[in-house]
Design a protein around this ligand. Structure first.
Ligand SMILES: [Zn+2]
Length: 334
């Protein structure tokens, strides 16, 4: 959990951004490890390196000189940038090489492994989607917010559909203006992102059910539209979550392009660079209901159009078709 504490520390830097930044920061966090890092993600890294024949030293969860040497050798062999820092590219290469998933906060009972059983085909997280040609889906998490109306207006001006995933503890931001904008536009869907943005895997059935079902009901009351999609906070879910989604008729939706908009904040170029590098036909692009993202949205849309992409929204059959049996070694983004 060390990386998560780091995430919360980083969130503190954003000060007045408060809960908006904190929730999204943790959500998008991939454990970025370097010398001095400690915790379960480091242990997982050491284990992966050992299993691949790189001597990382004892599996003690402490990133020391020996772990650094093993990381650098692995990066060299994989023709990655040899910087000794384990970020997304190195995790991806490790996952591919070892057949393991990128570690996240899924630890202990109800972990990612048992989430692979049951209703896995309810999740969309592997591009490309079945039948959407050159289209992508824009998604915005953690709203509603004071900026939601502006965001919807921009999307409408651009003629771009989108899917929002709301936390209902701040449903009051879905004011009359937001409701009016939504009622005029069937291309803007609102999905469920729980009431309080908890890490679901640490909750039992009843608590998970309340988080998901209460949010669904409140969003439906607010928008007058049925809620069909669910995105788990932090990308964390387990078999319990999947049973609940099945019972509530919800389809889980992950993402494959993480713009890291929460991290870059007022820096537009890295967001555009990330999109350009990672987008595929059928991609589901993760952004947040944040003021900077809204300011950059016209440029993000223009960039995608210039790359030849159009925009679509999610449908249930499309979402179901996206993943039935992931090939071994593929990872899901967290
Ligand atoms: Zn979130």
């Amino acid at each position: 959990m060390g990386w998560k504490r780091l995430g919360l520390m980083l969130a503190g830097w954003f000060g007045v951004m408060g809960i908006w930044t904190m929730t999204s920061l943790a959500e998008a966090a991939v454990p970025v490890l370097a010398v001095g890092s400690q915790g379960s993600a480091v242990a997982s890294l050491q284990q992966d390196l050992d299993s691949l024949g790189y001597a990382a030293g004892a599996v003690d969860g402490v990133f020391g000189p020996q772990t650094l040497a093993a990381v650098e050798q692995f990066q060299r062999d994989q023709q990655l940038a040899v910087d000794g820092v384990v970020g997304p590219a190195t995790w991806q290469a490790l996952a591919t090489a070892s057949g393991q998933n990128i570690p996240n906060s899924n630890e202990g009972p109800g972990s990612q492994d048992d989430s692979r059983t049951g209703f896995v085909n309810l999740w969309t997280h592997e591009p490309p989607l079945a039948d959407d040609g050159q289209n992508v889906v824009l998604t915005f998490d953690d709203g509603p917010s004071p900026w939601t109306a502006d965001l919807i207006r921009t999307l409408q001006q651009e003629g771009v559909p989108a899917v929002f995933f709301w936390n209902t503890y701040h449903i009051q931001y879905a004011n009359d203006e937001v409701k009016q904008l939504l009622s005029d536009d069937s291309d803007i869907q609102v999905g469920d992102h729980t009431v309080d943005h908890p890490d679901l895997i640490h909750l039992g059935y009843d608590q998970q059910y309340a988080e998901i079902a209460d949010a669904k009901r409140l969003i439906e009351q607010t928008t007058g539209q049925p809620v069909r999609f669910f995105r788990p906070p932090y990308g964390d879910y387990n078999a319990t979550t999947e049973h609940i989604l099945h019972d509530l008729g919800l389809t889980g939706v992950m993402w494959d392009v993480d713009t890291l908009d929460w991290k870059y904040n007022d820096h537009e170029q890295p967001i555009l660079d990330t999109i350009r590098r990672e987008v595929h036909p059928g991609s589901i692009i993760l952004m947040h209901d944040h003021p900077y993202t809204i300011r950059f949205l016209p440029d993000i849309i223009a960039e995608l159009r210039q790359l030849g992409y159009g925009f679509t929204t999610l449908t249930v059959p499309q979402a179901h078709a996206a993943l039935v049996d992931p090939p071994p070694g593929r990872v899901r983004y967290i």
